[in-house]
Design a protein around this ligand. Structure first.
Ligand code: HEM
Ligand code: HEM
Length: 167
């Protein structure tokens, strides 16, 4: 019973991070709506949330890397490749953003670079990340439904019923 409750809480936390990442990524793309200061600080915060997301799936990453040349399926390979590309693209956005920042670097007393190429890299990496996220969510659609089933009231009821039957 206790471990099932723990599982539901863990699922809730995983989903919460996923929703914050997705909503945050949308928000950070609305530069004109939020203003540049929010865009920059929140963009950096989103990088930290992505690291949290990765840490929460660390066991999956280690397993898949170990099994990579053994018997992983094509989908698992695709997932890992997409994750690596997505991670690189996400941090390219953040590093290029920091280098040309109008708020973060000046606040720290440093001078930013004014380069058209940096902005281009920033925007291209953003587009690449959007494709990555679309593929990533598509490949994880089964997991998402399972997680929703686990936390929705009906799922909880059946979990509780199972637990009662086990007692
Ligand atoms: C806005 C960006 C992202 C969103 C909304 C998102 C969402 C999700 C969702 C819904 C899952 C499956 C459910 C879960 O277990 O949480 C998942 C799994 C995972 N995500 Fe992300 N993710 C994002 C970006 C990334 C990036 C850039 C990486 C690369 C480091 C990554 C690495 C992983 C890993 C390793 C898993 C476990 C299984 C798999 O790769 O499919 N995610 N993510
Ligand atoms: C996931 C995070 C981020 C995403 C998706 C993102 C996305 C974008 C996009 C799409 C633009 C182009 C807006 C336009 O059409 O003019 C932009 C501009 C910009 N971003 Fe980011 N960004 C992110 C993080 C950051 C960070 C962390 C910084 C700096 C610390 C930053 C600094 C800037 C700057 C200085 C501009 C140029 C604004 C202008 O010249 O109009 N960005 N960003």
């Amino acid at each position: 019973m206790e471990s099932k409750k723990k599982n539901t809480n863990k699922t809730l936390l995983l989903l919460l991070v996923d929703v914050v990442l997705l909503g945050g990524f949308w928000l950070v793309n609305q530069v004109r709506l939020t203003g540049i200061a929010f865009h920059e600080w929140f963009g950096i915060a989103l990088g930290l949330i992505l690291i949290l997301h990765l840490v929460m799936h660390w066991r999956w990453v280690v397993n898949i890397v170990k099994e990579f040349f053994k018997r992983s399926s094509l989908v698992q390979h695709l997932k890992l490749v997409l994750d690596i590309v997505g991670f690189a693209a996400f941090f390219t956005i953040i590093i290029s953003g920091i280098l040309m920042s109008k708020v973060v670097l000046p606040t720290l007393g440093l001078t930013a670079l004014h380069s058209h190429s940096l902005k281009m890299i920033h925007v291209i990496a953003t587009n690449l990340t959007i494709y990555m996220i679309a593929g990533h969510l598509l490949l994880n659609v089964g997991t998402i439904f399972k997680m929703l089933k686990c936390i929705l009231p009906k799922g909880r009821k059946s979990v509780a019923r199972e637990a009662l039957q086990a007692e």
